[in-house]
Ligand binder design. Sequence first.
Ligand code: 13P
Length: 251
Amino acid sequence: MRKNIVAGNWKMNKTLQEGVQLAADVRQALAAAGAVKCDVILAPPFIHLTEVVKTVGGQVEVSAQNCAAEASGAYTGEVSAAMVKSTGCTYVILGHSERRSYYGETNAILAKKVRLALDNGLKVIFCVGEVLAERESGKHFDVVGKQLKEGLFGLSAEDFAKIVVAYEPVWAIGTGKTATSVEAQDMHAFIRKAIAAQYGVQLADDTTILYGGSCNGGNAAELFACPDVDGGLIGGASLTAEKFMQIVTAF
Ligand code: 13P
């Protein structure tokens, strides 16, 4: 069954103490809100993971923002999928556009990371999305189709069932310029169709596809009302419990 999800990607924000406080604030706000119509995930920096897992106490799932493309060994500064899993967190975000553009992560590297994450029992939030020039030249469907094919479509159907796809148009990330609900729906429908062609209609229908890019309390309800938008991957608006909860409660 397809799940609605709202995930907060804190990126490189918050000290450990601030992050624990934010996680506690989210936990408290969720308890006060009662039943919500989505699963909630928090994705803090690596060093916060263990403490945030303890702080949210099972109310919320916790995700890393990345993991290494190698299993273990002499890779100074890297954090492996097994290490991420050992913190108690259950997800890892892979393929974020900031990782692709600033750290040179190609689809081939990402396919390796996805394999290691799944082998270590993590679920994956896999990001796809085009840059502005690609959209303006009408190449956005091709770009996203290639990211899906090369990053994910080598997986078996059983493994693909552990993937959440996040469509994040790069031109909408941190810019305050969100995709319209029509643009988001069109791309999400395209992604679901591509999954159906690869894995069949049932698995495509069960796959959660999130939208990310300047999503906030003012636009979340309209985006989430689109038939193929199953929630959001939230950057800036996940950094306070109040703003994040406006999105969590937008379904
Ligand atoms: P913003 O919500 O800050 O635009 O960031 C989106 C994002 O990149 C989430 O991964």
